[in-house]
Ligand binder design. Structure first.
Ligand code: OOG
Ligand code: MG
Length: 257
């Protein structure tokens, strides 16, 4: 696929996100490789940066069996986070800005010093200044939330918004913590942080490896979302969403009418 075609597809996913209008899967009409899908993602994020958004970190996807099974994609993926995607804890998610948003419980890392190479498990936490629980709001730009691996990567791994809880010391234990997501007081998902690659720190190791592979460095002060511990749930208007992770506290947000 030539550069012009990659640019054209990047503009398509970017416009779909901007207009909150679903498009058909790129892979149905085009043949592109996984590497090309990352290039489409990079180019589409460039449009956001040109509009004044700032890169604030990375997200990992399909780090849990639960998510791989729900979406039918079985490879680790990573996407980019910008400042406009961050919603304050307790804030209201404007539903008109999204196509068919879903929420999922995550944990995240705050990066202490630049990571520009693959790192080992043992050194991973040397790069972390704080940890927190988070809720990711994903919103595939594809009709019916259906995609191939290449499609979802090109679409920045469905990144749409995220909410971060209180930052806690980096030595706060992260594994084997009970996870609960409630909508209007009703439990919609329960699970364990162990579902995230058997240990959420492994997700940071994978993020460093994949970012290095694609020539992206993880900056000091960046946020890395480790991937959902449970499947995601569709959001409706006028809901109160709360995620609680034992030992990490809780965070909530509302959806608009
Ligand atoms: C792709 C994004 C996956 C996760 O946490 O596993 C992801 C999707 O499910 O639409 O964010
Ligand atoms: Mg996620």
């Amino acid at each position: 696929m030539d550069q012009q075609e990659l640019e054209r597809l990047a503009a398509l996913v970017d416009e779909a996100a901007q207009n909150a209008g679903a498009i058909s899967q790129l892979s149905l009409g085009h043949n592109f490789t996984e590497d090309e899908s990352y290039e489409i993602q990079r180019l589409s994020i460039n449009h956001r940066l040109e509009r004044g958004e700032k890169m604030v970190g990375l997200k990992m996807g399909f780090t849990s069996e639960a998510k791989m099974k729900q979406m039918g994609v079985h490879d680790l993926i990573w996407g980019r986070l910008t400042d406009s995607m961050q919603l304050d804890a307790g804030g209201t998610l404007q539903m008109d800005r999204f196509i068919h948003p879903r929420a999922e419980p995550e944990v995240c890392f705050l990066i202490k010093k630049e990571i520009n190479k693959a790192i080992s498990y043992d050194e991973a936490m040397d790069y972390v200044s704080a940890v927190a629980l988070a809720v990711e709001i994903i919103d595939s730009r594809y009709e019916n939330f259906k995609f191939s691996l290449e499609d979802v990567v090109a679409d920045n791994c469905s990144s749409a918004a995220f909410v971060i809880g209180e930052w806690l010391p980096a030595n706060t234990p992260l594994n084997h913590l009970a996870v609960a997501m409630n909508f209007d007081g009703e439990a919609v998902q329960t699970g364990s942080t162990h579902a995230i690659l058997g240990d959420p720190i492994k997700s940071l190791v994978a993020a460093a490896r994949l970012a290095a592979k694609y020539g992206e460095s993880i900056q000091e002060g960046a946020i890395v979302l480790a991937g959902a511990a449970t499947p995601a749930n569709y959001l409706k208007r006028n809901q109160l969403i709360k995620v609680e992770i034992a030992g990490l506290g809780e965070v909530s947000f509302k959806t608009s009418s």
